[in-house]
Design a binder for this molecule. Sequence first.
Ligand code: 5GP
Length: 193
Amino acid sequence: MELLKKKILENGKALNSEVLLVDSFLNHQVDVELMNEIGKEFARLFKDAGITKVVTIESSGIAPATMTALHMGVPMVILKKSKSAILSEDVIQTEVFSFTKRTSYQLTLKGKFIEKGDKVLLIDDFLAQGEAAFGGANIIKRAGGEVAGIGAVISKNFQPGMKRLRDAGYRVESLAPVSHMDENVIEFEDDDE
Ligand code: 5GP
């Protein structure tokens, strides 16, 4: 997605070869016009996938997932990162390790928000190691849903997440596949990869 790549090059910052800072438009301050275009693009890419729900992980996935759900005309569900204090039978949890934060968290869903037969599009801001996406997919499947697609706003394809997910059989689309980074250097893969 050219608009997004342009924004990343102009306003993003590669801190080093691993971490990309996009807090001026994606995960701290939010460029809502850009989120709208991102939502439109995900809706276009997955229009034939029969999606019934968009699911995301709090908090940085919420903005792009909301716009995607709006353009697809389906509900959006947020997977929480906090351990629910009011655990009930209906709560599904899985542990996810975050390499960026060097800590684990309990991804949590109230089961009733995903129904048997739901075809889910899982949206997140970044795809890196794939831990968050695998955790999300695990919860969606345990709730009875099918993971019909995974959408990353930005994927760092030099890290293993994209390959791991595709090898596991998931359809994964990235709007900005980064092939290489270094301090103040950001390179993208060719458009149709
Ligand atoms: P994964 O589980 O695929 O390793 O990482 C996905 C999560 O880590 C994303 O939801 C995102 O919050 C965070 N993340 C991974 N890499 C980056 C990065 O380079 N920059 C930022 N801002 N977040 C990242």
